[in-house]
Design a protein around this ligand. Sequence first.
Ligand code: ZN
Ligand code: ZN
Ligand code: ZN
Length: 321
Amino acid sequence: MCSSDLEGQGLQRLKFQQEQHFTQPPARYTDASLIRAMEENGIGRPSTYAPTVSTILDREYVIKDGKYLRATPLGVTVNGLMEDKFSDIVDTNFTARMEKALDDVEQGGTQWKALLQRFYGPFKDELDQAEKDLEGVRLKVPVEESEEVCDLCGKQMVIKSGRFGRFLACPGYPECTFTKPLVVVMPGRCPKCGGRLMKRTGNSKKTNKQYTYYCCEFVGNRDEEKKCDFMTWDVPVADDCPFCGQTMFKKAGKGAKKPYCINEKCENFTPEEKRGGWKKKTGAAQDGEVPAEEKPDAAAKKPAAKRKTVAAKKSPAKKKA
Ligand SMILES: [Zn+2]
Ligand SMILES: [Zn+2]
Ligand SMILES: [Zn+2]
C-alpha cells in the first residue's frame, strides 16, 4: 500500500530521468546534418565527410528520399552485423579516438607502428571470431515492399539488392521472374511533359557496368498518348530556374556542381558546352539524352522511329529528324 506506492513513484522518476539523458538523433539526416553530426562527434576530417556520405550511398546502405537519407534494409542488416561483431570499431568514440591518435602520430607524439599494433591485435581477433561465427551463415536482408505492381502477375513488387544495385523483383519468384529497374522519384518536373522525374539504374551490356540516369516517369509508358522520351545523365535539382520556372539540372558526380537551365527559350539557358564536364562524343548524348546503345531495356525494346514520332507530337518546338 503505502510502501508499494512509494516504490512505484521511485521507479517512475528513474525512468523519467533516463529519458531526459538520452539524446535522440534526428529521425532522418540530410547530407548536411549528417556531416554536422560527424563534425560534432569528431568522426573523420573535413576531407572525409563528403566521401563518407557518397560511400554509404554507393553501397546502398542509405538512399536519398528527397533531401533526406534513409537507411535501406541492406544498411540496417550490415549495421546490425557490424555492431554485433565489431562493436568497438563502429562505436563513434573509437573513430574519434583514432583520429586523435593519428593526429598524435603526425605531431610525432606516437610511433605509427605502435599505434597500429595496439589496434590490429584486438581487431584481428574480432575478425577471426566473426569469420568463424559467420561461416556458412547467409544473412537475409528483409524485403522492402514497393508501390509497384508486377507487370506479369499483378503481385506487389519488392525491392532487392543485387550486384548492380537495387531493383524491383516480383515476390512470386521462381514462378514469376519479372524484374524492372527501381524507380526513385527526383525533385523537379519533366521539361517535356511535366511528369515526375525518376532516377534509374541500368547495366551496360557492353561494359557490364552500372550506370545511373534520370528520366520522365512516362518513358516507356504503355499508354501511347502519355508516353514521353525525356532522358538525361544530368541530375535534376530542387530549385527551379528563376527565369522560366522550369526544373534545372546539374552534372552528375562528386563535388559541388552548378545547376543550369536546359530550356532553350529561356534567357538563362546554358548550352551543353558550358555546363561543365563537357566532352564531344560522336553520335551520342546529344540534347542531354542517354545514348541509344545504353538505353534501358524498357525503352530500347520499342522501335526508335515510333518513339521519335511521339516525341515530336509532344513537343513541336523541338525538331527531330
Ligand atoms: Zn510477377
Ligand atoms: Zn515527360
Ligand atoms: Zn530557365
